[in-house]
Ligand binder design. Structure first.
Ligand code: TYD
Length: 217
């Protein structure tokens, strides 16, 4: 099984991902947990460039290609071999993040490519993922105001905000609706989870969805 977690920054993804990992381990599932950007050594170097707060001048296409370079390396080095070895792969963000985030960043391009940027992103997602399509994608959804509050609270405590998290409320609202539109387009694999609920309820919903795929105990 290949399972991805998506949602805007501050949606509670990390908490749910680690709870999900614990649930699967309890059930004896052989798995790996990984993330994008930065799931490999090469990817870590790419991640540094992408999330650097001094890189606000990064060209939109450079940003798109760096995410795809990270993914191409990640899929061939980590995801594909794990799936081929029969392991479950749980990935924190995958190509849907590119469709939504870079789709929005590239919304007002200086120059249109043949077929439009949407098509270009789709094609690059297809190439970089080497045919590895998620079986289930959990979209943790909440209003942008709530996720922004969570990000700001986190910033005061431990983790400093990265380049994306510093963006405006308007940007976060676009991300939210971008994800919801994408989920609507791929109803077969997306599961939208209301992440305004208490984290125990969110975890329970995710467990209910995955339970038919677990070995009987
Ligand atoms: P990260 O610190 O890993 O955040 P999170 O815990 O929210 O996943 O930072 C990843 C950032 O990169 C996040 O803001 C979303 C963004 N991103 C893209 O813009 N495109 C992509 O293809 C991916 C995978 C991530």
């Amino acid at each position: 099984m290949f399972i991805t977690f998506e949602g805007m920054d501050g949606c509670g993804k990390s908490t749910q991902l680690s709870r999900f990992e614990a649930t699967l381990k309890e059930r004896g599932i052989s798995l790996i947990v990984t993330s994008e950007p930065g799931g490999t050594k090469i990817g870590q170097a790419i991640r540094k460039i992408l999330l650097d707060v001094d890189n606000t001048h990064i060209a939109p296409l450079a940003e798109l290609f760096l995410y795809q370079a990270d993914r191409a390396q990640h899929v061939s080095e980590v995801i594909k071999p794990a799936l081929e070895a029969g392991k479950w792969v749980i990935c924190d963000r995958y190509y849907d993040a590119t469709t939504v985030y870079q789709g929005i960043v590239l919304e007002h391009p200086a120059r249109q490519t043949a077929g439009g940027y949407e098509k270009l992103i789709e094609q690059l997602n297809y190439e970089a993922s080497l045919g590895c399509e998620p079986d289930i994608t959990f979209l943790l959804d909440c209003p942008a105001e709530i996720s922004l509050k969570r990000i700001k609270r986190r910033d005061k405590t431990d983790k400093k905000m990265d380049r994306f998290e510093r963006k405006s409320l308007d940007f976060h609202i676009k991300i939210r609706y971008g994800y919801l539109a994408l989920a609507n387009k791929h109803k077969d694999r997306f599961q939208i989870i209301d992440s305004t609920l208490h984290e125990d309820h969110v975890a329970k919903k995710i467990r209910e969805i995955i339970s038919p795929y677990l070995p009987v105990s």
